[in-house]
Design a protein around this ligand. Structure first.
Ligand code: ZN
Length: 602
């Protein structure tokens, strides 16, 4: 083996400094608990206190494994808040002090890699003066993405860049957010690339973790491995049991009121796991203590033993309670986007979408015998109007929502002038028992007439609001707002919606109509007398998602005019703004519904 002078020097420096020498057999997590203080950028409340593994005791196992000699891989299919990124940063700190060896940390983008470097890893290293401990080197040696240290280099890279991987020999490789890593020219994936970089060193270790997502790598890797689960001793009788979603109790009679509806407060406090041995509950408040004695148990006999794999979800997270999880799941029912988010980010499970092509018969199946076009057969909690501008024409749709969130297309038309479309909002819609209803709020697509739309919205405050569809990469939240100047001292709040999310929601509302009816989930309805040649039928079929085989990204293709489709899409977005308000304050006819800033961040 080649004599690595720098590594020896670093080791000698550490030994000479005595106190930084590892205690015999001291584990990484024990060393970290004894010496590492938490930087303010990780957690302001805990800043300056010693890190402890007691919040996330399951990371100890990963740390033990890293320190053990021999090659191996460790794949973690996880939810979003279980603390593995931090665990890996601590492992890198330990390597710097105790076992210098080239380390590479890859995440989905260079921006993200820079952020992890500047606001996280560097803070751990500098706040804890790790470079002083190893004898030489100073903060100047830490450039943004490459740290040249004694005996080792730490690389932080954006995973998709084939160039960034070139000519790097590494001993420890960490792949974070693996399912967001793009296709890599040459080797195809970052996993292949990492494996080829780790071929030679005899203690090479590969750690990969991700919430299951678009590129769908982590699930397959988890499947091939040991498929470990974390077992916890239940406080009732000491029985060791994994926390499984199916064993989370929150839907039984004790959690419902007399009418059979969920009692949210009871669920928040009392959702629990049931002991499979004695039947007693395991409550959230007992979590932290019980977790200290947790252990990993392999469930896949056929798995490759050099490939450990683990599934961990938010029931194990110190930041989420059992009750929060149950309520979030209940709230996600009937909303495909929320459900997908819950499955991936909370349960750490794969969720597949199907890009169905809609047919006229799918749309005609939405016809509801209870009502005719232009009429309301119930008292809506919200009557809204959406306007889409296409060239010199406006297409506009009135939609009504009931408490469950069912969407009823009440009426629609095409107008030659924007004013005409807006004025239509004040034409009453006849409802039950001679009642009359006018639109309480609406969105107008800014399209290519931004200025005109903003002005007309201002003139019709608080009924109409400008809206704009944005791509996934342009908008972080489902919905965001920004204030725009219109004229003089007048500003208006404009809404930016994540288009793809609402397109998916609309697609599933149409495609899954029958299944949703069976399960009592939120549905979309058309009046029974809609003409099958009405342009709205074709327009609701004119958008289709296609999965790009290379990027695994869904791309929406337009087959023809889709303005009514856009209107309904904006209607779903409007509902997601209004729903929290309506649920909180209840809706009466007199109550002026209008979007507010506070209701927006979803
Ligand atoms: Zn028990």
């Amino acid at each position: 083996m080649k004599f690595d002078e720098a590594a020896v020097k670093a080791w000698v420096a550490g030994v000479l400094r005595g106190i930084y020498q590892p205690l015999p057999k001291e584990e990484i997590w024990e060393w970290a608990e004894r010496t590492l203080r938490i930087p303010a950028t990780e957690n302001e409340e805990l800043a300056g206190t010693l890190w402890s593994s007691s919040l996330t005791p399951y990371v100890r196992d990963l740390m033990r494994w890293v320190k053990r000699p021999g090659k191996g891989e460790f794949w973690i299919m996880k939810s979003s808040q279980v603390g593995f990124t931090m665990a890996c940063l601590i492992i890198i700190c330990w390597m710097i002090v105790h076992q210098p060896a080239n380390t590479l940390y890859a995440i989905n983008s260079v921006t993200e890699a820079t952020r992890i470097s500047k606001t996280r890893l560097k803070r751990w290293i500098e706040d804890n003066r790790l470079l002083d401990q190893v004898g030489e080197g100073s903060s100047d040696d830490l450039s943004n993405l490459t740290y040249t240290l004694r005996g080792m280099t730490v690389y932080l890279i954006g995973a998709h860049s084939a160039g960034a991987w070139k000519n790097k020999s590494i001993v420890l490789c960490i792949l974070d957010e693996l399912d967001e890593h793009e296709h890599l020219e040459g080797t195809g994936s970052t996993v292949n690339e990492a494996r080829s970089r780790l071929k030679r060193p005899k203690n090479a270790k590969l750690i990969g973790f991700s919430t299951p997502g678009r590129m769908d790598h982590i699930h397959g890797l988890w499947e091939k491995g040991t498929q470990e689960e974390v077992h916890v001793p239940f406080p009732c009788c000491g029985h060791y049991q994994p926390l499984k979603w199916d064993a989370l109790v929150f839907g039984t009679k004790e959690f419902r009121d007399l009418a059979g509806d969920y009692d949210r407060e009871k669920i928040r406090l009392g959702a629990h796991f049931k002991c499979e041995l004695c039947g007693k509950p395991f409550l959230d408040e007992q979590k932290r203590k019980a977790f200290q004695a947790c252990r990993s148990v392999a469930t896949n006999d056929k798995g490759n033993p050099a490939m450990r794999s683990l599934h961990l979800w938010d029931a194990y997270s110190p930041f989420v309670t059992f009750g929060d999880l149950a309520l979030e799941w209940i709230d996600a029912q009937g909303d495909e986007t929320l459900k997908e988010g819950f499955m991936r980010n909370r349960r750490g499970q794969r969720y597949e979408r199907h890009g169905k092509e809609l047919k006229h018969s799918d749309v005609l199946a939405l016809r509801n015998p209870l009502y005719a076009r232009g009429q309301l057969h119930f008292e809506p909690v919200l009557l809204a109007q959406l306007i889409d501008i296409q060239g010199d024409l406006q297409k506009t749709v009135k939609v009504a929502f009931d408490e469950k969130g069912d969407v009823f297309l009440i009426d629609w038309k095409e107008t030659a002038y924007l004013e005409e479309a807006v004025d239509w909002a004040y034409d009453p819609v006849p409802g039950p028992a001679d009642s009359e209803w006018i639109v309480t709020c609406g969105f107008i697509d800014e399209g290519h007439k931004m200025k005109e739309v903003r002005e007309i919205c201002l003139d019709h405050t608080p009924v109409f609001w400008p809206v704009k569809g944005r791509g996934d990469s342009q908008i972080q939240h489902l919905i965001a707002t920004s204030e725009k100047w219109v004229r003089g001292d007048d500003y208006i709040l404009t809404y930016h919606i994540n288009e793809a999310q609402f397109k998916w929601q609309l697609l599933t509302l149409i495609a899954d109509h029958k299944r949703r009816a069976e399960k009592g989930e939120m549905r979309l309805h058309l009046p029974h007398d809609v003409d099958e040649h009405d342009p709205i039928i074709a327009e609701l079929c004119n958008e289709r998602p296609e999965n790009n085989p290379k990027t695994k990204k869904w791309e929406w293709k337009k087959k023809g005019p889709n303005d009514f489709w856009d209107c309904v899409k904006y209607g779903l977005a409007l509902w997601s703004v209004m729903r929290p308000l309506i649920q909180r304050e209840g809706a009466t006819r007199e109550y002026q519904l209008r979007p507010r800033e506070e209701a927006v961040h979803h």
